[in-house]
Design a protein around this ligand. Structure first.
Ligand code: FAD
Length: 571
């Protein structure tokens, strides 16, 4: 039987990362539930064994159900009937298969029907699902909302909503409005307190909402009259059973046809405050979006994996000029670069997920007892690391998924342009990845902070200091030289002032240099643990060298007057 977890050794490799033992020990509080709760592990090996078994189950369902249904789901799309969104038949089957397997809510604590899995296997499940059907990954991934309810909701909200996730209740994250896209501070949907019913009432419009008629909605709304910025926004739970939301339309889209995108009208819709007033955008949405950005990154890596595998298989079978096209080095190069980019973003994905695991587990422990000074330091260190890695990861993984699906079609030639093969669908599906959960430009706006603060540089130097065998010494030296180039580029651009147009104009170049360096280092560290990554490390280091040289040359030759030409051409 096909299995998208068992057939990919790179996934188990991440479960075996050395930091996982500590993450699991902390997550399981030194295995205190063993013998008391069903499925509670007795030690780290037992926990990893559970991770592998559950991921294998998801891998099998993805290969045997989701992947098989993907084409019909794409053709059928979604429709509205009696103010409800009707999924494609294949989507219903996918959702049922995963619900019946009991794998929704795997990262939630056992008391809420979850398996208390750490973030790494949770993210991995999203990657696997996305390899089968990128659009379905949204329906799967919106269970992220449960994480937010767990972190910031009241005890009553947790007890009401979290156990529903495992039963297959769906979620949505309702932020965007017609005039509030990237700039969520402009959200206008109004929340007013209903004294009589002791609840809030929501009125207004939300646009582009994935899974718009979900059972459980998290809604960003303006609760503070007279405010116009993010400090007037709060977060609310709306329960579909309470009514008050009309689905005005579902969008007719380029890709991810199985994932409904809806415009919604809220009319006195009953809702309950999550956490504290005024923290809706500043704290809760940021936390939810950081999780969702990792979700989109997992979606991107899963799609890249699918694109690589399909292109490779085709290139081995397709004959031209009397030989398989893979024997032409121009084709081989496309495929090898696809492989290296996928490995590089996967390495970054799980580095990021481990950092999230580390700080979240300490945040959770801090609700039970006071952390030691050392633990507080560790929490801070990983929280900062996750903050700088997340936008970098979202930027690169989503752009690479686009490049990889583009190259996949190129490897297929004319056949790739036809609906006969999945690569045409995957190419359309990929296009949204650089847009939702913050566009690539907004990821740069977030990531540039890591350049200016020196956060990336410090992390790069930490990677330089990790021990690797002599086999990797030359690659390491190359990266050390490139890091010096990075420092020179940052120095030159910082001299214009961090709020200058020159800085804004060059920010993507600086962020990308940091990204190339970090991913190349991660691949070398992974290759040092397992030779299956050696060639990707070699190739990606070369790739990084080429890409950094381009950016360095641009920055070296940049001067303020150049900006005039850009302005003149766009007047
Ligand atoms: C299929 C789909 C599903 C979606 N699902 C959801 C969902 O479930 N929930 C939800 O709340 N939203 C959802 N969205 C909305 C999505 O998050 C937004 O579309 C996205 O954040 C961009 O906002 P916008 O479309 O208004 O574009 P705009 O914000 O208008 O951006 C237009 C362009 O301007 C650029 N830009 C804007 N501001 C800046 C800046 N400061 N610096 C540099 N460039 C900038 C952008 O990068 C982009 O290129 C979905 C969208 C789609 C298409």
């Amino acid at each position: 039987m096909a299995n998208f977890f068992d057939d990919n050794k790179a996934l188990r490799f991440q479960i075996d990362n050395p930091l996982m033992d500590e993450i699991i020990r902390l997550k399981e509080r030194d295995f205190r539930d063993y013998g008391k709760e069903t499925y509670a592990p007795k030690d780290t090996e037992d926990a990893k064994d559970s991770y592998n078994r559950v991921l294998s189950l998801i891998g099998e369902i993805t290969a045997e159900v989701l992947d098989v249904n993907a084409e019909s789901v794409d053709n059928q799309g979604v429709r509205i009937e009696d103010n409800a969104i009707i999924y494609a038949d294949g989507t219903k089957e996918n959702h049922k298969a995963l619900t019946d397997a009991g794998v929704y809510g795997l990262s939630l604590p056992r008391q809420y029907g979850g398996l208390n899995f750490s973030y790494v296997p949770y993210v991995m499940a999203a990657e696997i699902v996305s390899r089968g059907d990128c659009g379905f990954a949204n329906i799967w991934g919106l269970q992220d909302c449960a994480e937010t309810i767990y972190e910031f909701g009241s005890q009553e909200q947790k007890e009401t909503y979290l156990p529903l996730i495992n039963q297959g209740y769906t979620c949505s994250m309702d932020l965007t409005e017609p005039d509030a896209g990237s700039d969520l501070q402009s959200v206008r949907l109004k929340a007013t307190f209903d004294e009589k019913e002791n609840c809030w009432r929501l009125n207004g419009v939300k646009r582009f909402i994935t899974n718009g008629d979900a059972d459980i909605k998290l809604v960003l709304a303006r609760s503070e009259e007279g405010t116009t910025d993010g400090r007037g926004l709060s977060y609310f739970i709306h329960d579909r059973r309470d009514g008050g939301v009309t689905i005005r339309r579902t969008e007719n889209k380029l890709g991810i046809h199985g994932s409904p995108t809806a415009e919604l009208v809220f009319t006195d819709a009953k809702a309950f405050l999550v956490g504290e007033r005024r923290l809706g955008l500043i704290k809760y949405t940021m936390s939810l979006m950081n999780g969702a950005r990792l979700g989109v990154s997992a979606q991107s890596v899963g799609l890249s994996e699918a694109a690589y595998r399909q292109a490779l298989q085709y290139a081995k079978e397709r004959q031209q000029y009397g030989k398989p096209i893979i024997e032409f080095f121009q084709v081989r190069e496309m495929l090898a670069v696809m492989r290296a980019k996928t490995d590089a973003t996967r390495a970054l994905l799980y580095e990021n997920a481990r950092a999230v695991d580390m700080y979240k587990v300490y945040e959770d422990i801090s609700k039970e007892r006071t952390l030691t000074a050392e633990e507080k330091q560790t929490l801070k260190k990983y929280s900062r690391l996750a903050d700088i890695l997340t936008p970098l990861l979202k930027l690169f993984s989503s752009e690479y998924a686009n490049q990889n699906t583009y190259d996949c079609i190129q490897v297929y030639g004319g056949s790739g342009f036809m609906k006969d093969y999945p690569c045409e669908r995957m190419y359309r599906d990929a296009r949204i990845l650089t847009i939702y959960e913050g566009t690539s430009q907004l990821q740069v706006v977030a990531a540039i902070r890591g350049v200016v603060s020196g956060g990336y540089l410090a992390r790069i130097k930490e990677y330089e200091a990790t021990e690797v065998s002599s086999e990797f010494a030359q690659m390491r030296n190359t990266l050390v030289d490139l890091r010096k180039d990075f420092e020179a580029c940052v120095e030159k651009i910082n001299a214009f002032g961090s709020t200058s147009q020159a800085h804004e104009f060059n920010s993507r170049r600086l962020v990308e240099i940091a990204g190339y360096l970090i991913m190349a280092h991660l691949l070398i560290i992974d290759a040092n643990r397992d030779s299956m990554f050696t060639d990707s490390a070699k190739l990606f280091t070369k790739h990084a060298q080429e890409k950094i040289a381009e950016r360095k040359s641009f920055i070296e030759n940049f001067n303020q007057q150049d900006l005039e030409a850009y302005k003149n051409l766009t007047e």
